[in-house]
Write a new protein. Structure first.
Length: 270
């Protein structure tokens, strides 16, 4: 056969047809030899093998996957060994397989229902989870490989929500960093004795706010939902306070924006 194949590149079309016919005859001959009748010993060995497989399926001790079990049962039927005991075992294995599939389908439906409810909860985010926490919960559902159209659609929506949350968080962190950087720069300039620079930095920082009198609340302590604030001030007063004290000790805790994208309320924390 190898010799025939190696000569194909150098032969004419007529030679190719002849060689192809010869090859087909050779393959047919080999096939006939390999598919000849089983000896009595070989047949008995195969019957015992299939009996063993059927018993393992029936007893639930098989290591075969569901698809492999279906294949084994199908092969045993197609062999048509006409062995009464094997035929009975095949029937029992088929019934066991059918029941197992019904149980599997029921389990999958329950998993889909649980995953569906979980995903709707995650989309609403009733527990106010972070993007990373949402992704962790989403990955656990993905790992189940439920292969359900509705679940896949909900997962896609949740992925989009997580992405949007991260984008928003990135903008928030950027503004938080800019504010804290501005506060520190005002204190540094004042400590260096450069009052004009400090005043210029105050004017620049005010551009983040909707007005100079935007309220500023400084959190002294927080325990759960109980928050203790220092005396309220305004952003202009706070910036001048930084210039006078020549240091910035507070971090940005939260803020509220107006429709134009300016800060209308700022919370700091010691």
């Amino acid at each position: 056969m190898a010799t025939i194949v190696s000569r194909l590149k150098t032969v004419s079309w007529q030679q190719f047809v002849v060689i192809t016919l010869i090859a087909l005859v050779a393959v047919s001959f080999d096939s006939c030899k390999s598919s000849g009748k089983l000896t009595r010993k070989e047949k008995k060995a195969q019957i015992e093998m299939y009996k063993k497989q059927m018993r393992e399926i029936i007893n639930g001790t098989t290591k075969m996957t569901f698809d492999e079990q279906v294949q084994a049962i199908s092969e045993a039927i197609n062999k048509n060994f006409r062995d009464d005991e094997l035929n009975q075992l095949i029937l029992q294995a088929q019934q066991k397989n059918k029941n197992a599939y019904a149980d599997y389908q029921k389990e999958q439906e329950q998993k889909v229902a649980v995953a569906r409810n979980k995903l709707y909860d995650l989309l609403i985010n009733k527990q106010n989870l972070s993007a990373d926490e949402l992704e962790h919960e989403m990955d656990k559902i993905k790992a189940e490989n439920l292969n359900d159209d509705e679940i896949n659609e909900l997962l896609s929506r949740l992925e989009k929500k997580i992405s949007e949350m991260r984008q928003y968080s990135s903008v928030e962190m950027s503004l938080k960093s800019k504010l804290e950087g501005s506060f520190q720069s005002i204190a540094d300039a004042s400590r260096a004795g450069n009052t004009s620079m400090a005043n210029s930095l105050i004017d620049a920082a005010l551009n983040y706010f909707s007005a100079p009198d935007v309220p500023v609340l400084i959190i002294i302590s927080r325990q759960g939902s109980v928050v203790d604030y220092d005396k309220p001030t305004t952003i202009i007063n706070y910036l001048n306070f930084l210039k006078d004290q020549k240091e910035s000790r507070n971090s940005v805790d939260s803020y509220q924006m107006d429709p134009s994208g300016k800060i209308k309320e700022l919370d700091l924390i010691k």
